[in-house]
Design a protein around this ligand. Structure first.
Ligand code: CAA
Length: 389
């Protein structure tokens, strides 16, 4: 249809290394059932010393630029909550690594795990203004909690890149959105800390409150009825959270929460996140990739999206899947990104976790570890030096 705007292409990248939850459980004596069943996580992506949000973002976006060219990309929006600089947008490094045209604007967005959805809506607005424009939206994050804390098992890292355009090949994004904001301290990371602070139980109830609030507004804005959706992509700090959230939404709407119905709506969205862990801004879009890549034909079906960022902001919106979408998917590349990671032992994980770059800002030369297309080579004179691998 001629006024459609949405996601034309979707690609993700993750890290070189992976820590299986069995290794973490062996170290800390946790029953593996808590990880595999209780939170629904099997392994977590761990960045190599020469990987960060920029190298993952560029790796996620490169196949999109290779397929569609860069000419009509007028805007790059990079969403993250694990930024590498307080002033310069990480997207400018990505713009350079990908050789994008100088006639583009680049900006970074932040609101915890929510900001990629703000970026998507910003992109849709820009394309609405000029339908020839394309916007590259990239969500990239490293989730890092303190060693031996309850959050540790929910770490992860990945980037998701989307090309937003008119007449999209994958998912058409609909109006209206349901919006919700509340000032809560469930999860935050002050500027002087490398790891996030979190009140685990508070964060789960803040998330559920936000689901309710965003859905309530969505209904008031005249959105679709709950029964019209064939799947729901939730933000997944750990995959069990999507099930909790959906059960909560069904309860709020007065539906009986049938286990089979919940699984049908959620299971296909969790495949990648269970192996990657929390990727903050990218998480819900990895959920979409997982759904499109792994579910039976979804043509013309409506998908519900619930984007949540602690602090907190949430948005519920709908998308419909475009005929022919399957020929555009990157199923093999996505599965390879997960299966080709190199498992590390607990000692290597701990070394990588503790080795955040010299916080005195001294010079640093990174060992060659990544298998991705770009690497962080060094810190030199307070500058980050990136290069193709
Ligand atoms: N076999 C099976 N299940 C088991 C088990 C076993 N042996 N042992 C425990 N479980 C179950 C528990 O019953 C529980 O399930 P329910 O919640 O369904 O009852 C689950 O495993 C987790 O157990 P606990 O609640 O005891 O776990 P915990 O207190 O150690 O930590 C956590 C869980 C709070 C999620 C913690 O991992 C954490 O703080 N994570 C970071 C914060 C987070 O992800 N919050 C989510 C909402 S905020 C958000 O979404 C933004 C974001 O990205 C951070």
């Amino acid at each position: 249809t001629s006024d459609a705007i949405g996601i034309h292409d979707l690609s993700f990248a993750t890290t070189r290394f992976v820590l299986p939850h069995t290794t973490l459980a062996d170290h800390n004596g946790t029953d593996i059932g808590k990880y595999h069943t209780g939170i629904g996580q099997r392994s977590m992506s761990v960045p190599a010393a020469d990987e960060d949000i920029v190298t993952m973002a560029a790796a996620a976006a490169a196949p999109i630029v290779a397929r569609h060219g860069a000419d009509q990309i007028r805007t790059v929006v990079l969403a993250t909550e694990s930024s590498i600089d307080q002033a310069k947008s990480a997207g400018v490094y990505v713009h350079s690594l990908l050789g994008l045209p100088s006639s583009a604007r680049v900006v970074e967005m932040k609101q915890a795990c929510y900001s990629a959805t703000a970026a998507l809506q910003f992109a849709i607005g820009l394309v609405h203004r000029d339908r020839s424009h394309r916007v590259l939206v990239i969500a990239s994050d490293v989730s890092r909690y303190e060693l031996d804390s309850p959050g540790e098992a929910t770490q992860g890292a990945a980037a998701a890149a989307m090309l937003v355009s008119a007449d999209p090949a994958l998912v058409q994004i609909e109006d209206p959105s349901g919006l919700f904001t509340a000032d809560v301290m469930d999860f935050w990371r002050p500027n002087y800390r490398a790891t996030a602070l979190v009140d685990g139980k508070e964060s789960i109830s803040a998330y559920l409150q936000a689901v309710e609030g965003a859905w309530k507004d969505y209904a008031e804005q005249g959105g679709r009825a709950l029964g019209e959706f064939s799947a729901f992509c939730y933000h997944q700090p750990f995959t069990k959270m999507a099930y909790k959230a959906h059960r909560h939404l069904l309860g709020y709407c007065g539906h009986d929460a049938d286990k089979g119905e919940i699984a049908r709506a959620i299971a296909d969205t969790t495949t990648y996140n269970a192996d990657i862990g929390n990727s903050y801004t990218a998480s819900m879009y990895l959920g979409l990739a997982s759904l499109l890549d792994n579910a039976d034909d979804l043509t013309h079906q409506a998908i519900g999206f619930l984007s949540y960022g602690s602090g907190s902001v949430a948005e519920f919106f709908a998308g419909t899947v475009v005929p022919g979408y399957r020929s555009q998917l990157r199923v093999a590349a996505h599965r390879d990104a997960i299966t080709q990671r190199h498992p590390i032992d607990y000692a290597k994980y701990r070394e990588l976790h503790e080795q955040s770059f010299p916080d005195d800002g001294g010079d640093y030369s990174a060992p060659r570890e990544t298998a991705g297309p770009y690497r962080l080579a060094a810190l030199s004179g307070h500058k980050r030096i990136y290069e193709p691998r």
